[in-house]
Design a binder for this molecule. Structure first.
Ligand SMILES: Cc1ncc(C[n+]2csc(CCOP(=O)(O)OP(=O)(O)O)c2C)c(N)n1
Length: 640
């Protein structure tokens, strides 16, 4: 007899209201369909896969039990929210994930009422959910705050700051700790070991033991429910002293793929908890998709892939990535310098620190998602004579700004900042763009701020930073591959605060900071073709500024254009300040600054984003022509 295929359920579930109409017994099938749909969609778009696969059952159970969107559900980081998007009215657009004009790869308020809070940087969910819970409590509106936070995200101080403050929310705050024993890399540190101990010691308590423990810790209705619900006993225990000390009822660990265990627990917490509750759910990253389950990183982030084989689209082989150039250069330098250390905040492979760690495991530190700690830890190392390199993405370093100012800059400590993902980053969109680091670092006394124009320059800057013991120094470089320049045999020590002339001309000077240099050179060719002789300088330093070079170019050119992959407040602002302080424009020099626009740019290919930002060669040509009041053929317009 052939089995009759089950009628698909997901096709009839557009929103959680539809989901809640299903029988509980149907949820297993729905979850399976949801998982298959997610795999199929991410196979086409690429993106975050493993985390979402791990929360398919949890997503189904939460929307089944809670009254979303009235109950405010906040997914920490938001990279695991693809199944949530499918169940909350966005299935029809799920194949536009991370594409231009498509769904965001994270949660986003403007996208859906089911996304009450935008996320992407980790460990914000408990604070935000607490805010929702208390606002609703104060205004007498229904609505709990539910935070779903991973064990990796739980390593950040902010999560504890929020929990420490949670009591005021009463039973309106629920934290679901999604423990898959993975961050992007394997999780690190004491908290991770603590959670592992809870999981290994807590499972499979008998019903009687469970009920006894519940009777002590949880309100009576929950206790009674526990007695009645057989499934409730399986895989569930009490423990979690740390969380209890912070004022939470700790429930768990629970098997997060077992809907029969999850649903009664969520219902009981919903109906009976008297204070903030933390439900510890154990899941498997990549669950239900063989290639993900078997891969070391559980397919945290993937390219488009073949769903049958799991094979990911290969990026064309080409120049090395900036992150690897950094990691390998630093590892090499550390062979002859025992003081060099490398620090990453949970991004060993993303930053290239994995390369360093392989060669020098004792001097590589993955501190977890803890950028603030990373910076002050580096400051301590530097104060004791070590040469620490803090390798942090531009966007994540924002979180540690006070540590950069107070612990590093004011004390003038030689912490080296390797700032990866500088500039626009593509599919991760506005939350991950590295737009502000030059602005927020080059404003600080004592700081040296460099930007690499290509991968060879990154080698020189890594070496220059290693040699710079007199204060803090930062160097920034973009996401992705280098431009294919010849790599130096030996690194060069750059003179601090000195740029270089890359091409000599006489009428127009383009001052470039970072990897727009290639566009500046293209623009110079086009200007030359219009009869406008063009100088191109790679400034290398936003701070200290190469003032002599600027004065010289200002005196010998008619137009001076600055260009950088950063917000207002960077190179352009510093050049304008010098020009105004010294009256460099008094004799008629025209200065124009080209920078990122005053807006948060959505996801797109980086080249497209730079096109939208107006920072490509044609934009440079345009800017110059406008400054000279030339039309596009290069002919001077008659003045009115
Ligand atoms: C402040 C900050 N630092 C780093 C990251 C990069 N990041 C994205 S997801 C992730 C790991 C999160 O681990 P976990 O919370 O356990 O979730 P999982 O991916 O395992 O589901 C990291 C480090 C980030 N989003 N925010």
């Amino acid at each position: 007899m052939t089995a009759v295929p089950a009628t698909p359920l997901l096709d009839n579930v557009t929103t959680p209201d539809d989901l809640r109409k299903l029988e509980r017994a149907q949820l297993r099938q729905l979850a399976d369909e949801l998982r298959a749909e997610m795999i199929s969609a991410v196979g086409q778009t690429g993106g975050h896969l493993g985390s979402g696969l791990g929360v398919v059952e949890l997503t189904t159970a939460i929307h089944y039990v809670f009254d979303t969107p009235t109950d405010r559900l906040v997914w920490d980081v938001g990279h695991q929210a693809y199944p949530h998007k499918i169940l909350t009215g966005r299935r029809d657009r799920i194949r536009t994930l991370r594409q231009p004009g498509g769904l965001s790869g994270f949660t986003k308020r403007s996208e859906s009422e089911y996304d009450p809070f935008g996320t992407a940087h980790s460990s914000t969910s408990i604070s935000a959910a607490l805010g929702f819970a208390i606002a609703n409590k104060l205004s007498g509106r229904p609505g709990k705050g539910i935070a779903v936070i991973g064990d990796g995200a739980m390593s950040a101080g902010m999560a504890y700051e929020a929990m420490n403050n949670a009591e005021a929310a009463g039973n309106r705050l629920i934290v679901i700790l999604n423990d898959n024993d993975m961050s992007i890399a394997p999780p690190v540190g004491g908290l991770s070991s603590y959670l592992a101990r809870l999981v290994s010691s807590g499972q499979f308590l008998g019903l009687r033991e469970l009920a006894k423990r519940f009777a002590r810790k949880l309100p009576r209705p929950l206790h009674n429910a526990a007695r009645k619900t057989d499934e409730f006993a399986r895989g569930m225990a009490m423990g979690g002293t740390l969380f209890e000390e912070l004022g939470f009822y700790y429930v768990g660990p629970i098997d997060g793929h077992d809907l029969d265990a999850l649903i009664p627990v969520l219902e009981n917490v919903r109906d009976a908890a008297e204070g903030p509750c933390l439900i510890h759910v154990v899941t498997q990253k990549g669950k239900g998709y063989g290639p993900a389950e078997q891969s070391a990183d559980k397919y945290h982030g993937v390219q488009k892939f073949n769903v049958v084989t799991g094979e990911q689209a290969k990026s064309a082989s080409g120049p090395p990535s900036y992150q690897n150039v950094f990691g390998e250069t630093l590892a090499k330098l550390a062979e002859t310098d025992a003081t060099i250390c490398a620090i990453t905040a949970a991004m060993p492979s993303g930053t290239g620190v994995d390369k360093f760690a392989k060669a020098h495991p004792d001097r590589a530190f993955d501190v977890g998602i803890a950028e603030q700690h990373a910076v002050t830890f580096a400051a301590g190392l530097a104060a004791e004579g070590m040469r620490p390199f803090c390798a942090i993405y531009s966007t994540f370093l924002q979180r540690a700004f006070d540590q950069v100012v107070h612990d590093v800059a004011i004390q003038n400590l030689p912490v080296r900042f390797a700032i990866d993902r500088a500039g626009l980053v593509g599919a991760d969109g506005a939350t991950h763009a590295g737009s502000f680091d030059v602005t927020y670092l080059a404003t600080l006394p004592n700081f040296v701020v460099m930007a690499a124009a290509d991968e060879a320059e990154l080698v020189h800057m890594t070496y220059t930073a290693a040699c710079h013991d007199s204060g803090p120094i930062a160097f920034r470089y973009p996401r992705g591959s280098g431009v294919g320049v010849d790599m130096p045999e030996t690194p060069q020590l750059l003179e601090i605060g000195k740029g270089r002339i890359v091409r000599e001309g006489s009428k127009v000077a383009i001052l470039s900071l970072g990897t727009r240099l290639a566009e500046a050179l293209k623009a110079a060719d086009q200007l030359e073709a219009k009869g406008l002789s063009t100088t191109v300088a790679d400034m290398r330093f936003a701070k200290p500024l190469d003032e002599d070079l600027i004065r010289k170019l200002a005196a010998s050119h008619e137009v001076l254009v600055t260009i950088e992959e950063g917000s207002i407040g960077g190179l352009g602002a510093h050049v304008l300040t010098l020009a105004s302080d010294e009256g460099l424009t008094d004799a008629g020099l025209k200065i124009r600054t080209m920078r990122l626009p005053d807006m948060f740019q959505d996801q797109n290919a980086p080249e497209k984003q730079y096109e939208e930002a107006g920072l490509n060669a044609p934009d440079i040509v345009d800017t110059v022509l406008k400054a000279l009041r030339h039309n596009s053929a290069g002919v001077e317009e008659a003045r009115a």
